[in-house]
Design a protein around this ligand. Sequence first.
Ligand code: NDP
Length: 598
Amino acid sequence: MAENTTPFNFDSAALRKKYDYERDKRLNLRPEGEAQFFRMRGSQFEGRLQDPYTEYQERDARSEDVEVAIIGGGFAGLLAAARLIEQGIDDIRIFERGGDFGGTWYWNRYPGAACDVESYIYLPLLEEVGTMPSARYIFAPEILEHCRAIARKYDLYSRALLHTSINEARLDEASSRWIIKSDRGDEIRARFVILASGHYREPKLPGIPGIETFKQHSFHTSRWDYDYTGGSPYEPMEKLKDKVVGIIGTGATAVQCIPHLAKTAKHLFVFQRTPSSIDVRDNRPTDPEWYNSLKPGWHQERMRNFVLAVRGMTPVDLIQDGWTKFGKLIMQNVRPDMAEKQIEELMQLIDFRMMEDIRARIDTIITDRDTAEALKPWYNWLCKRPCYHDEYLDVFNQPNVTLVDTDGKGVERISEDAVFANGQEYKVDCLVFATGFELSPYEKGTPIPVIGRGDRTLEDKWEHGASTLHGIHVHDFPNFMLSGTRQGSWENNFPFAQEVVATHIAAIIRKAMDRGADTVEVTADAEQEWVNIHRQRSQRNLAMWRDCTPSYFNQEGRADERVILNGTFGGSALEFEEILIQWRADGLPGLVMAEKEA
Ligand code: NDP
């Protein structure tokens, strides 16, 4: 243990009081919770979700049999396909709603979009594909290109049906096959299905009064309209030079695109309800000599190191960025003789320290005192996605940028050509909605209708919250596997958690095929056992989310049992992986592999 050098020279009680005050204020101002938002799909804004990037090609409907159907071509789907192919399972069909692979990186092309975790650990399958990211934190087009490179490397284009949305997956009990129907008229019979439809599936808009009356230009960040703004992810948006732009939202997406809007917009109004935490980014180009000197196996080692370093579980910190700073503070301050309660208190002190530093940094950058105060976040570090940016704060010193802080209230209403906040009218030519996405695990039901034994839907089964084994298998839904985070694992470096699951699922399917099993199904008892473990392990999450300022993480401040049951397993991805490996070594207890009846 290193010498304790961290100054906890702040008034913890006063900070706690301030955090509670800011949270309660927001809770009182938004009694409608998650209902304050609406899904673009199915609303009058649905047309704006059309794919602006790839031309839609007519094709004949498919009717075919496959071994494995993967729903989703983002990181989770790519990883599942890659790991299956490595296991020698190549009779795969991938369905993807977008016109190419990439998932979130296909849709999100707003200026400044970049990975917020180091690219050397964020990008999956780096060694397998042989990609060298050009920088520590790379921009979206390069991430999308890596997704395409994965698809080429594993020959996934020939196995993909792009621009294809699944309407339902239904179990045919007689043949033990899943019948998958798409919006293209496809009917695919699959032995196994992997649902890899992602974490943030649906862009959402705020139900601000008058939003539907706005007649000037507007779009959601996940469908950036470069025709209107000019420019590209790499080029300035010249067409905004004579435009007054408003942006609603200051989450992780807005933080990345605001500096780009501020570069060219005649004027930019940033409508803020709650500020994000902004720490140092310190991006730099990759040193090819260093990258090429890395020894085989480095990628796994680095990803795994991050999981430990961010939690202060190793003195070795290969990444050394704003994320692992937290772990470093733990290493410096935790003592082996500390009781659990003391550790909990220490964690809170460390969190206060992190956020105090983040707030102090604002004072060193922002020249106007009121603006500086308004930009300060008052909540625990992980209550919202922490942001890292070296230009974001500076833009609020620019004369063409106005921060319209609404003190937790948000925008009051929208008219044909203006946004109203704090009783004032702000006329705008263009309005950007950086208002986020629905978190699929918390959605009621499932992203697509899934109909299992006895015609029972997964939505019906999960009416009061999910129940699974490992977040993967569901009783009464044989051969259907989920690669999501409900009752599974989560990491700040999310792709690593996805990789753990993908590797495991591929191993299970391999085993089933080797044993000549026709169906793989968890027993009701084994499922319940995992739900109990999960519930017990994630109990402390509930308390944490209840303390937090409202966000999509905690059901907009109304965290209930759903946050537990549909949320993530309390441990790290490494711990989760150990559980899965041990379970496989123990012979998959609770999973029934049945041969086809003669
Ligand atoms: P978020 O849900 O995080 O942010 C939505 C924003 O809209 C919040 O600032 C919210 O304020 C604001 N808002 C909503 N309604 C109103 C209103 N009526 N008036 C004013 N403001 C309003 O969405 P993002 O798209 O920013 O981020 C979603 C997630 O995507 C992130 O959490 C992150 O996990 C991921 N992401 C990852 C990136 C990466 O890896 N590089 C980059 C970008 C995003 P309030 O906070 O008060 O609710």
